[in-house]
Design a protein around this ligand. Structure first.
Ligand code: UDP
Length: 564
């Protein structure tokens, strides 16, 4: 039997296990997926089936939810991430809405940049009326999402972007100030370097009507920036997407500009492009020597090689809901291998998250994953050929790759529960907390198992500690706990935003796509601090930034995953 936590069993039963004449077991599920992914192999099918099955059943690697849910099913759509075009005409807007509904229904999430849409109250020559504007169309998309369940299991997620020079940017910035609006959207302002320079020099900034290319308003860059920060402080939205950083690092920039990411920000994509993700569980990548625990680099390398092959196979045995998606996805063959369980790994190695040692290790680990991923993709290119658009890429002639991108850090909102580990690269949220929403209308009390094990091994576990943890979720104020343990078990809100950002930067440096991370902040965080965080994110060359101030919304656990 697979060693699964009770949360994992619950979530698998409710959402992932197929129920036909009999209910799948978790073993059946992983076999179904491995079998489907191994169909791509021409020789040694059984060997690859075995390898794919083992990495999943050992919870060392898991693909994104749609692969787990849909692999082996007729028309099984296996990707989590899509970007769709938004053009400035009704026909195109509603065609994309229909396509988004099909993608959501099949388990994917969609991102869009609404900046081509003419502003609210602008001219519509065909009807002599006035236009609704981008925010109104987003509301229509939001409502449609509400009623189209993903494979009958969960709601779709959307990313809505509006560029900082769009005439309606002020309305967009406050479009989620009412906490009930746009609940199925993450929203992000598309920021350019020019805007950040104007802000640094305290210059004016022009808003432009995309239909006429005429300036509709001039205001100070600082005023616009401050209005963003005020909203972020209130609600956590909008996030920022740094468009120039994304495009400067786009190996396919000859094919055009990327304008959007998927819903949680970890994959910048062209219109109609899709990407499938998978994450290595770092908690399982350690080895216990006679004296200490350390990273098992050989095992990590082996897992990366299998995972890259797995994800490349996913593209070949995927079902694409639209021919346009099929064409560009098969041409660029983007995949996103990332990690989960980073915080748990650090705890096992006794390295506090809020330390330079942890940040250095983050770079070392991600550099290793990046290098080995590219090695694996090169090996596949030799056997199977480069990704078809390779000739138009900026890779040097000896860099023959099977995939235009290899790495993304996804939020792992569900798969980390299956693997019973911490989300992606996030610190522990709390040592004990009520988790709402794993399943609809459920609330569970959880205490971090790694924490309990550690305390027991040191003889520090007691009934009293148990009650104190349940009450406070933290050990910072508990007496008789040594300082080094208090540092090791600092939780998300007890860690300075500086370390949150340093971890995001360390992982982004070696991630060709992007890093999804939420900078969790205490309720007392000030306007100036939020402003500094957003500016630092740009200076650090992050591709995007999302923060959440504790208490500014209700359902925090979902917020941790970057959407709600
Ligand atoms: N996603 C979605 N709906 C959801 C959760 C996720 O469409 O309810 C998509 C979205 O594009 C997100 C990606 O899946 O960026 C990866 O999210 P996550 O890692 O949390 O997914 P998991 O594989 O853990 O379910």
């Amino acid at each position: 039997m697979i060693d699964l936590s009770s949360n994992a069993r619950q979530i698998l039963k409710a959402r992932y296990l197929r129920q036909t004449d009999r209910i799948e077991t978790p073993e059946d599920l992983f076999k179904r997926v491995a079998k489907h992914i191994a169909t791509v192999e021409n020789v040694n099918k059984n060997l690859w089936f075995d390898r794919f099955y083992k990495v999943m059943r050992n919870l060392e690697f898991l693909p994104n939810s749609p692969t787990l849910m849909n692999a082996g099913l007729p028309n099984g759509q296996l990707s989590a991430c899509f970007v769709l075009p938004i053009e400035d005409n009704l026909n195109a807007i509603f065609t994309t809405l229909k396509n988004a509904a099909l993608i959501h229904h099949n388990g994917g999430g969609t991102g869009y940049n609404f900046s081509k849409i003419r502003p609210k109250d602008d001219l519509i020559s065909s009807s002599e009326g006035s236009s609704a504007g981008p925010v109104s169309f987003m509301k229509i998309y939001d409502t449609a999402t509400e009623y189209v369940k993903q494979a009958g299991k969960r709601r779709g997620a959307n990313m809505g972007i509006l560029n900082i020079n769009h005439s309606d940017i002020e309305e967009f910035i406050s479009s989620k100030s009412d906490l009930h609006s746009l609940q199925n959207f993450n929203i992000s302002v598309g920021i350019t370097n020019d805007f950040m320079y104007a802000l640094e020099k305290d210059k004016d900034w022009q808003l432009v009507n995309p239909r006429t290319n005429k300036v509709s308003k001039t205001l100070s860059a600082k005023k616009l920036w401050d209005s963003i920060i005020e909203q972020v402080l209130k609600t956590g939205d909008p996030g920022l997407i740094f468009l120039d950083t994304i495009n400067q690092n786009n190996p396919l920039n000859k094919l055009g500009k990327i304008q959007s990411t998927n819903p949680c920000g970890e994959v910048p994509l062209f219109n109609y492009e899709s990407c499938n993700l998978g994450s290595i569980n770092l908690k399982k990548m350690v080895v216990q020597n006679s004296t200490n625990i350390e990273i098992d680099w050989k095992k990590l390398e082996r897992t990366i090689t299998i995972a890259i092959r797995f994800l490349d196979n996913v593209i070949s045995c995927n079902y694409f809901v639209l021919p346009q998606i099929q064409e560009i996805t098969l041409s660029n063959r983007k995949i996103g291998l990332g990690v989960m369980g980073w915080a748990e790994l650090l705890i096992m190695l006794e390295i506090p998250y809020a330390s330079n040692k942890a940040v250095e290790l983050a770079e070392t680990v991600m550099k290793f994953i990046h290098e080995k991923s590219y090695n694996a993709s090169q090996l596949l290119a030799k056997k199977r050929g480069c990704f078809p658009s390779w000739k138009q890429s900026s890779f040097s002639p000896h860099m023959l790759l099977r995939n235009a991108t290899c790495n993304s850090i996804a939020p792992t909102g569900s798969i980390s529960i299956i693997a019973d580990t911490s989300y992606a690269i996030e610190p522990l949220y709390a040592l004990a907390y009520k988790r709402t929403g794993i399943l609809e209308n459920t609330t569970q009390m959880e205490i971090n198992a790694t924490f309990v094990d550690k305390m027991k091994s040191l003889g520090l576990w007691s009934e009293q500690l148990h009650s104190e943890i349940i009450e406070k979720g933290s050990i910072q104020h508990v007496k008789n706990i040594p300082t080094h343990l208090k540092n090791l078990f600092k939780t998300s809100l007890e860690i300075s935003w500086k370390y949150h950002l340093l971890h995001q930067r360390a992982f982004q440096r070696y991630t060709d796509n992007a890093v999804s991370k939420t900078i969790n902040l205490p309720n007392t965080t000030t306007f100036e601090e939020v402003s500094e965080i957003y500016k630092t994110a740009w200076k650090y060359k992050l591709k995007g930034i999302t923060i959440y101030r504790n208490g500014s919304r209700d359902n925090q656990i979902l917020q941790l995953c970057g959407f709600n």
